[in-house]
Write a protein of this length. Structure first.
Lengths: 114, 111
């Protein structure tokens, strides 16, 4: 158990809908990362937050947004969902920002768009 | 060409064999992760290293920064080692920790 929690575990929804994925980092970790894992693209970095502020952006679509709250949990919002958004969404946390801090991954949320 | 390349893509072994998975990267990096993903989907961080060698039980990871290459070795492999192994690079510079991933190596160990 990494100490990172994600809810829900599974989500099935229809095209055009909006969903919110939630992540609670390990106790004491200030940085949260969101990653998407799809069959054709593999794992890709979406976005990083550090202590409530956006730090880095990757291949995140404009239909997706995220935020980190004062209690450090983070939410990833996916809107106008398309079939191609079906994927595993992972969050990870680390104690600080930067390249020398180990990241701990949550169990993931499996999103299926029908 | 991906910035992070793994080989082989698929690997089948018999229980007890010594296994090596390779990872090469084309960008400058500050550190490299080795991750394990089981069929259930969860990802476990095995190692993070920026130089030399690390060992944990039957797992050994090495990295050569100059040659831009890392290897993950599993000694005395066991069927429970069957999983996808992913290397992920922390690019150098001000990239704030985001990871760039290899495509993964699917390892199957038969009893």
């Amino acid at each position: 158990d990494s100490g990172v929690t994600q809810t829900p575990k599974h989500l099935i929804t229809a095209t055009g809908q909006r969903v919110t994925l939630r992540c609670s980092p390990r106790s004491g970790d200030l940085s949260v990362y969101w990653y998407q894992q799809s069959l054709d693209q593999g794992l890709q970095f979406l976005i990083q937050y550090y202590n409530g502020e956006e730090r880095a952006k990757g291949n995140i679509l404009e239909r997706f947004s995220a935020q980190q709250f004062p209690d450090l949990h983070s939410e990833l919002n996916l809107s106008s969902l398309e079939l191609g958004d079906s994927a595993l969404y992972f969050c990870a946390s680390s104690v600080d920002s930067g390249n020398f801090y180990e990241q701990y991954f949550g169990p993931g949320t499996r999103l299926t768009v029908t | 060409k991906n910035e992070v390349e793994q080989s082989p893509q698929n690997l089948t072994a018999q229980e007890g064999e010594f296994i090596t998975i390779n990872c090469s990267y084309s960008v400058g990096i500050s550190a490299l992760h080795w991750l394990q993903q089981h069929p259930g989907g969860g990802i476990v961080s095995l190692f993070m290293l920026s130089s030399g060698k690390k060992k944990h039980g039957r797992l050994i990871a090495t990295i050569n920064i100059q040659e831009k290459h890392s290897s993950l070795h599993i000694t005395a492999s066991h069927p429970r080692d069957s999983a996808v192994y992913i290397c992920a690079a922390h690019p150098g510079g001000t990239s704030y920790g985001k990871l760039t991933f290899g495509q993964g190596t699917i390892l199957t160990v038969h009893p």
